[in-house]
Design a protein around this ligand. Structure first.
Ligand code: HEC
Length: 95
């Protein structure tokens, strides 16, 4: 159920990504759930403008399973360190 939701969000965002201002690979998917500029869902924390170090550390903790999560653990597993650094740096510039 949650996974189907996640996949449909990822697909919906991926298809719209080409029209946007070139975020790094994978970064456009984040704003399907998180507020990056507008408030996508009040139940999910806004991440736009957050320090890149903080976002990167959170993603690594989700990926390693050291930070409990419902969906971020699964999403984070799809990215390498370099990709997560690029995404975190991009998220930090979005406000
Ligand atoms: C399917 C919806 C969804 C997508 C897509 C998604 N997130 Fe999340 N995110 C969540 C949820 C829900 C949480 C709360 C933790 C949990 O339950 O997984 C969260 C938590 C976080 C947190 C911790 C926020 C805090 O205030 O502690 C960060 C950082 C984060 N996500 C970054 C990202 C990044 C970067 C991406 C893109 C690669 C992304 N998320 C994509 C739903 C999503």
């Amino acid at each position: 159920m949650m996974m189907r939701f996640a996949i449909s969000v990822l697909l919906a965002v991926a298809s719209g990504a080409a029209a946007m201002a070139a975020p790094p690979p994978g970064a456009a998917s984040c704003s399907g759930c998180h507020a990056v500029r507008d408030n996508a869902s009040p139940a999910i924390p806004s991440i736009g403008g957050r320090a890149a170090d903080e976002t990167f550390a959170a993603m690594v903790a989700f990926r390693d399973g050291t930070r409990p999560a419902t969906v971020m653990n699964r999403i984070a597993k799809g990215f390498s360190d370099d990709e997560l650094r690029a995404i975190a740096a991009w998220v930090a510039t979005q406000k």
